[in-house]
Design a protein. Sequence first.
Length: 70
Amino acid sequence: MKFKIIIINLLLILFFLTVGIGIAYANNIEINSTELNDDLLFELNKTINTNLQLNLLNFNLKSNYDSCSN
């Protein structure tokens, strides 16, 4: 069961990174060596933070479910 949760979390990370990069491209961020660092990394940071919050929520919900089922 833990392996399944790890796989789901990895897929969520991949999904949100993909969405973050897609948002960055959709906002016409020029991908070159000077502008890549600030704008794209800001978008990626937002999506990584969102993913970490979702992972914590997932963990808390699982912990609450496990404690209630015992």
